[in-house]
Design a protein around this ligand. Structure first.
Ligand SMILES: [Zn+2]
Length: 325
């Protein structure tokens, strides 16, 4: 099986970098061994590297998601689609998905248990007990995470993924532009956030998100509770532990919010929502465009999820590197 290397970007993949070839039977054997013993990141890395059969003299590890790919059909697509995440990260999402997909597709809901071994173990259990069949297409919806589609052909997989995303998108509430009454004061707030973050690298910029336009289901402004908790592992990696709510653009309020975030997540925040003013991003110049996209989409995901009986944050025990295994 060909699979992306852990931590690499699809856009930078070359003929010899960014991917690994693994022996599926070896991966499944390793999974069974790891599930029996208490596993550690070191054991997983060592084990997964031994499953590689591409002849590369490389320490690039296959994705931690290799395990569940190895269990399923010939063509397995796994994504974290923006239009599915509101369902996967909200209280009423599962029921709403059932209602939306019922006529066309069956799916299996998988509760969140990390990204790697434990989730794959759950899927293996479902396969063994017959709750998931090897019939195609197989659709798995992973709470607080994403979508897995398993098919016989790449064409069918692509078609099913497209259709599921389209149905989910169509059933989201329409969004209306929200008016940010104090948006002109945002550049002054950016300076205060920069000062509060302290001296970072020279290439770090703190500025309003391009356009600073916000769309919400009813045109009202975001509230504090929209930003509570962490809803996906992606928010940990791409948004440094989530979006920080700034109640008032004052120095002491900003500093307190930053310290609270650091204590809670162990990360220095990079995404801020300033009440009445809008979005601020603190990031390296090189990555600004990517993080802006992630930030704006996550604001929308949270807005939609608020309308689906509220957010369903990740339980605290998963918010550590070990919890994500
Ligand atoms: Zn994933």
């Amino acid at each position: 099986m060909f699979i992306k290397a852990s931590g690499s970007e699809l856009g930078r993949m070359t003929c010899t970098r960014g991917w690994r070839k693994v022996d599926i039977a070896e991966v499944v054997k390793l999974l069974n061994r790891l599930l029996e013993s208490k596993t550690t990141p070191a054991k997983i890395s060592k084990g997964l590297l031994k499953c590689c059969c591409d002849g590369f003299n490389s320490t690039a590890m296959p994705s931690i998601e290799t395990f569940f790919h190895a269990l399923l059909g010939r063509c397995v697509v796994h994504l974290h689609p923006v239009y599915l995440l509101p369902y996967l990260c909200s209280q009423a999402g599962k029921e709403l998905l059932q209602a939306a997909l019922r006529e066309q597709y069956d799916f299996q809901w998988i509760p969140f248990r990390g990204l790697g071994v434990v989730t794959a173990g759950q899927i293996q259990q479902y396969l063994q007990s017959g709750r998931i069949s090897h019939q195609v297409p197989t659709i798995l919806l992973l709470s607080n995470h994403g979508l897995i589609v398993s098919c016989d052909t790449a064409k069918q997989a692509q078609q099913v993924v497209g259709a599921v995303i389209k149905i989910c998108r169509k059933n989201l509430p329409a969004l209306k532009p929200a008016c940010l009454p104090q948006r002109k004061q945002l550049s002054m707030t950016c300076d205060r956030i920069r000062d509060s973050l302290g001296t970072q690298s020279l290439s770090m910029v703190v500025k309003p998100v391009w356009g600073n336009r916000i769309r919400t289901p009813d045109g009202s402004l975001p509230q504090r509770q929209w930003f509570k908790g962490i809803i996906t592992p992606e928010e940990i990696t791409y948004l440094a532990g989530g979006i920080v709510w700034i109640e008032q653009p004052e120095m002491n309020v900003i500093q307190k919010a930053i310290i609270r975030h650091q204590n809670k997540t162990g990360q220095t925040p990079m995404a801020f929502y300033v009440n009445q003013q809008g979005l601020v991003l603190a990031a390296d110049k090189k990555h600004m465009a990517l993080y802006q996209d992630v930030f704006v989409f996550y604001l929308q995901i949270r807005a939609w999820a608020m309308r689906m009986n509220g957010l369903k944050p990740l339980p605290a025990k998963y918010l550590t590197p070990e919890g994500m295994m």
